[in-house]
Design a binder for this molecule. Sequence first.
Ligand code: IVH
Length: 674
Amino acid sequence: MVEKADIVAEIERLRNAINHHNSLYHSQDTPEISDAEFDLLFRALKELETEYPELISEDSPTQRVGATPLTAHTQVAHELPMLSLDNAFNEDDVVDFERRIRARLQTDDPIEFACEPKIDGVAVSLLYEDGKLVRGATRGDGTTGEDITQNVRTIESIPLRLSGTDYPRRLEVRGEVYFPRSAFKRMNELALAKGDRTFANPRNAGAGSLRQLDARMTAERKLSMFCYSVGLVSDGDLPARHSEILARFKSWGLKINPLVAVATGAAGCVGFFANILTQREGLDYDIDGVVFKVDRMDLQQTLGVLTRTPRWAIAHKFPPEEGITVLKNVEFQVGRTGAITPVARVEPVQVGGVTISNVTLHNMDEVERLNLMIGDSVVIHRAGDVIPKVVSVLVQKRPDDAREISLPTACPACGSEIVRVGDEVISKCVAGKDCPGQRKERIRHFASRLALDIDGLGEKLVEQLVEADLIENSADLFQLSKVELITLDRMGEKSAINLLAALIKSKQTTFSKFIYALGIEEVGESTARALALHFGDLSPLWAATPEELQSIPDIGPIVAQKIHSFLEEDSNRKLIEALVASGIRWEIFESKNIVQVLAEQIWVITGTLSSLTRNDAKARLQSLGAKVSGSVSQKTSCVVAGDAAGSKLTKAQSLGIPVMGEGELLAFLEQHNA
Ligand code: IVH
């Protein structure tokens, strides 16, 4: 016969194990067991609890989701008000912030700050008594919020019971509940498929989900929470620094943001801001800035609070990624392949930290989709380094004299007819190579940074050269003489010499840049790289059949056909021959015959790289035969650690896996022609 005491012990053991693995998985991002093993533990506990329902407790991991919807949320008075933050919008504001603090503290020493991303979610308070989650509440107006205990219990990164024993008897933990971008995307895709309403952004969807009266709805949304401060504390002590309190949070199984760091002085804070800004795009959650907090708790105490904002913290906000402006006109430009692109001319507006006055509208389908008219007020979005786009039209603000946008019938550059090819969304100028607009664009592309990178040869100069009939194609660039150049407006002798020097320098290039520079339709940087890697040199590329082209990863039948036709065409062959004759050179390597140095290896990239994008690093490692994976394990061959690398780096170090810095990676890639 099984003793009841044994059952109690077994249930306790299972609960502890589940809590432990749950915290490793959801809060620390370092799972130790597989999902299947976790499910086994969970099922074992469920079975015992079904057999012995009298042993079910509120804080059992099986009890996250209650089945009885509420009729309303009750009000909760915060014993300590939930504060908000003062804002800094630029470096000067941060410098002033530190200066004010030093003046108050009467010290010349630089201040240490805990720096954290500012999560764009919903502020929440969690109350733990004797380590048990007893209440969850929204911030509300800072004084009174709503009781959302049932809802927060469903969030798997929130422990129902704290780990360890060294927590205060009563402890209020504050933080931000957010909707992970990936989960938000999945939810919207599902809603779309079912014909349900979709949500505008993760923040709104997260706030709505958290306040559901039926907590089963919250459970479906896969929310998460980062904890970032303490409220009420009684019967227990906490460490003397904010950063140490966060570390303690982590040891109790609470989730803290992995990017938190301690920096010294305003300069350190500004550095943190710049670093986080570069990582923003790649995060699985929205952030709208960073927060700096005086790290020493005693200094926080001395500095105190000014009505609703503490003197010891500030939010350094990112420039807004959206702005509203007026569409003044739409002009049509011809691209290097003859595609006619509508470009919006807007009243200059600050978005994402830069002034925007032109925005590409891509094609007429996009104009129709947006229901756009000249005179409209439009919302412009620009995130990171991505090109700005018009995301929506404020139709209710449309003026009476708004004008329709129509595709011109003649090419704006040469007057030839414009046609829409088959059912493609793109309209094209029929003049092909004879259109001076296309010609200019092809040359501009040839000279651009990712192609031959001809310093000083910008859009204006290309236009002047074509209009003065000095050049017709890119090969003509290398026949230019100083005498010819100085006939141009605003071209002095010195600029002419500089341009000629830049042209000579550009002749030493790589095969992939050369292919990219040709401007073959659909051949961007990465396809050019794949072609260069596969063929190694011009003659095998030239001889390639569409079938061989298609055998290259990521090249489908349409692109293969485009490349093949381009290389077959007489005028293109002549152009390539002329370019080679003018002295353009690249190192030849017979890639097919080289043993790929990283064959069979698994690499992991973590942290922020500053001189190349993560995708680029990945593609280049793959070109050497490596597999690039997202997680570190025994099988990992090498970890590339950029700035602010976190748990993956620690794990690699603990497993004794070789680690490379960004500089070493670059040297390695160069050395292997990747
Ligand atoms: S600290 C007294 N840290 O920003 C300090 N707040 O504008 C109170 N927020 O209501 C907040 N990330 O909802 C802090 N790492 C972070 C934060 C953060 C997001 C939110 C929070 C607060 C608002 C203030």
